[in-house]
Design a protein around this ligand. Structure first.
Ligand code: C2E
Ligand code: CA
Ligand code: CA
Ligand code: CA
Length: 282
C-alpha cells in the first residue's frame, strides 16, 4: 500500500529506509540543537481591523540546521513531543521570547504582547505555571506581556484540574487563546468552562472562504458564538483582500496572515511596526 501525503505510511522498503535514516539524523541533531540553543523565533503580527492597530505578535519557532537545512516546526515539534524533548525545547522558546520582548520594548513598543504556542505535553506538566513564572522572573518580565496559545487537544480534557490550571494562569495575568479552532473535537459549549480571551479560527476555514458559502456560514457562526462567550476572534491564514473584507464584515476582531506579513525575525518586525505607524497615523 502506498498513499501520498504527509503523515501517511508507506510500505515500500526504500521509503521506510529513507524515513528511518531521517529520524535517526533528526534525533541526533535535535538533541545537539537543544544543547546549543540553535532555535530562533520569527514573529507574525495580529491586526485589529477596526482600529488598524497591531494588537499582538505570534512567536513561531525556526530551526536552521547544518545537516538537515531548514526543518519545519510541523516536523520537529511532533517529534519533540513524542520523545519528551519538547520540555527543554519549550523552555528555550520561552526564554527566547523573553529576550525578544526586551528588544521590542527597547524599540518603544510598550503594549504589544507576544503570543507563545504551548504544547499540550508541556501544559500537562504539573509544574507548568511555576516553570513559566521562573523564566519570566529570570528576565524580569510579567505575565501580562504574554498570550498563551493552546490547541483543542489541551482543553479536550476538560477535567477539574485542567480547568483549575487555566484559572491559575489567567489569575497570574496571562492572556489565553484557543488555537486552530475547528480542527479538533471541541465544541463551544464546553469552551465556556475555560477563561479564554481569544479564539483563533483555523486557516482551513479561511482558505477559499470568498468562494464557499458553506465556509462563510461556519465562520460567521463561530464568530457570533465566540462573541457571546466574551471571546475575541482571530482569523489565521488571511492571504488576500477578499478574505479581509469578508471577515471584517462578519465582525472578526483580529486578522493574521501573509496578507499583512509572513513570520519574520524581530528586527524586521520592528521595521514593519514603524512603517505601519507612518501609514496609519491619524
Ligand atoms: P500554528 O500555531 O497554527 O501557526 C500558524 C502557522 O501558519 C505557522 O506555520 C505560520 O507560519 C503559518 N501561516 C501564517 N500565516 C499564513 C498564511 O497566510 N498562509 C499560510 N499558508 N500559512 C500561514 P509554522 O511556523 O510552520 O508553524 C506550524 C505549526 O508548528 C504551528 O501552527 C504550531 O502548531 C507549531 N509551532 C510553531 N512554533 C511553535 C512553538 O514555538 N512552540 C510550539 N509548541 N509549537 C510551535
Ligand atoms: Ca498558534
Ligand atoms: Ca493556529
Ligand atoms: Ca495550525
Amino acid at each position: 500500500v502506498k498513499q501520498n501525503g504527509r503523515g501517511s505510511f508507506s510500505f515500500y522498503f526504500e521509503d521506510l529506509n529513507i524515513d528511518a535514516k531521517r529520524v535517526i539524523l533528526l534525533d541526533r541533531e535535535i538533541r545537539k540543537a537543544i544543547e546549543n540553543r540553535e532555535f530562533t523565533l520569527s514573529f507574525q503580527p495580529k491586526i485589529d481591523v477596526v482600529h488598524n492597530t497591531i494588537v499582538g505578535l505570534e512567536a513561531l519557532v525556526r530551526w536552521q540546521n547544518k545537516e538537515l537545512g531548514f526543518v519545519s516546526p510541523g516536523e520537529f515539534i511532533p517529534y519533540a513531543e513524542e520523545t519528551g524533548l519538547i520540555i527543554p525545547l519549550s523552555e528555550i522558546i520561552i526564554e527566547k521570547a523573553c529576550e525578544e520582548l526586551a528588544i521590542l520594548r527597547a524599540a518603544g513598543y510598550r503594549d504589544i504582547p507576544i503570543a507563545i504556542n504551548i504544547s499540550s505535553i508541556h501544559f500537562g506538566q504539573s509544574n507548568f505555571l511555576e516553570s513559566l513564572q521562573k523564566i519570566l522572573e529570570k528576565y524580569n518580565t510579567a505575565p501580562h506581556n504574554f498570550e498563551l496559545e493552546v490547541t483543542e487537544r489541551t482543553v479536550m480534557n476538560s477535567d477539574e484540574e485542567t480547568v483549575r490550571k487555566f484559572v491559575r494562569l489567567k489569575k497570574a495575568g496571562f492572556k489565553l487563546s484557543i488555537d486552530d479552532f475547528g480542527t479538533g473535537y471541541s465544541s463551544l459549549s464546553y469552551l465556556v468552562r475555560f477563561p479564554l480571551d481569544y479564539l483563533k479560527i483555523d486557516r482551513s476555514f479561511i482558505q477559499h472562504i470568498a468562494l464557499l458559502d458553506e465556509k462563510q456560514a461556519v465562520v460567521d457562526a463561530i464568530i457570533q458564538m465566540a462573541h457571546r462567550l466574551k471571546m475575541k476572534v482571530i482569523a489565521e491564514g488571511v492571504e488576500n483582500i477578499q478574505q479581509l473584507n469578508l471577515l471584517r464584515k462578519m465582525g472578526c476582531d483580529y486578522l493574521q496572515g501573509y496578507y499583512y506579513s509572513k513570520p519574520v525575525p524581530m528586527a524586521e518586525l520592528i521595521d514593519f511596526l514603524q512603517i505601519w505607524e507612518v501609514e496609519h497615523q491619524g
